[in-house]
Design a protein around this ligand. Sequence first.
Ligand code: ADP
Length: 474
Amino acid sequence: MSALADVAISGPIGGRAQWLSGLRWLVLTLIGLAILLGNRLMGTLLPTRPIWAVLAGVLLYNVLFWWLTDRLARRGVSHRRLAGLLRMQIIADLIALTLLLHFSGGMENPFSLYYLLLIVIGSILLTRRDSYLFALIASFLWAGLLLAEGTGIVPHYNLAGFRLPIRHQEWNHIIAQIVVLTSAAFFVSYLSSTLIHRLRQNERELYETNLACELRAEELAELNERLQNVDHSRIMFIRLVTHELRAPVAAIQSYLRLILEGYVPAERMEEIVTKAEQRASDQLALISDLLDLARLREGQPADDVELCDAAAILEDVLDLMQARIENRQLEKHVQIEPELPLARARAEHVKQIWINLISNAIKYTPRGGKVCVTLGMHHDMLRGIVRDTGIGIAPEDQERIFEEFFRTERAKGTARQGTGLGLSIVKGLVERYGGEIRVESVLDQGTTFTFTLPTISEDHAEPLTASEHTASAV
Ligand code: ADP
């Protein structure tokens, strides 16, 4: 029974109707057995035929409702219609109970209390309003029966052993019975529907808490996986860094050992010392890149952002690079749009972006090639372009060049110096300010890096003086 009750309270409306039908089978069987047993023990005292007829009616509508509910539930009809069907069933039960009471003693039959049971069932299965409706119908039916029997509109069947021939005609008895049942019906209806309402509310809260817990558990599992991934990349990064840091130190150590142990003839001394010094410079460059990367990863609050003149910074960087450009006999083209707004970024970061991209263009472009730098506006962003006619990057490597320590084989062959960290620093800086960086490249034809940076809004922008440069150096 408790399993049935669980379904009734929390299950869908179709399930509740099936539960009620099941309960009706049980009651029908019990009443049938009681009549058979009563007849056998005490002889036929009641009009059994009409009682059997009422039971047959109940059996019939039980099958009908069972079939109808099943069909409608399968068709997926609305909860409202299924609830309506359930309401009709309980009203039919109240009428059947009244008929059974009529044929089995009316007022004398103590089973009139079963009205209350039906009201409780109604409160469990349906709403509080329905529960009051059932209380009202039960009161009307009971009052109607007693009045009809009392006034002789319908006959009164005395219940065996309770035979008080005129009691059913005494007004004080009739009124007392009606008042008792009506007040009990409404009281039970109030109590049971309040209880069920609370129960449903608790159940809903529990369900919601459960759902929230499940969601939280999923989030935690996801977070855990992300943490594991971060941990894994951290370990990989440390391995790479220690490997990269060891290599130049080991080289310097072996050069020094050669010198100390006297294996270097005087005429090669300068060459070996120069090599050692080169490796020391490599080491310094790597350490400085690693420091930049660490600073970038630490991150800084967004409101820490400063404004800077990206065009002026570009000109400074180009001055700085001039000697290298001339050294490699490269052609330089610079184009800066006039009246550019200030960039919403720190000056040292913008400088770092230009230095990395332009020095790569110089490094990976053979003698006599071209390096073109453009700065202008694109939509609402500043757009910088560094184009070269250098060695290019194979399509399969283009995705990977922003990874830490990645260097293409071609790049290693072209320029020995390089940490493989420059582009990941550039990407990190650009994205930190909400910009983007992309690469287009064709092997042996050249590479173009395009990046964007945010500007200050137009109301605050102080237009910069027009400056357009096109310089070339050989
Ligand atoms: P590196 O210190 O090796 O230059 P970067 O992170 O700056 O490290 O660049 C990563 C790799 O991307 C380089 O090793 C090179 O293979 C490729 N690369 C970057 N810029 C260019 C370019 N202008 N032309 C060709 N390849 C480039």
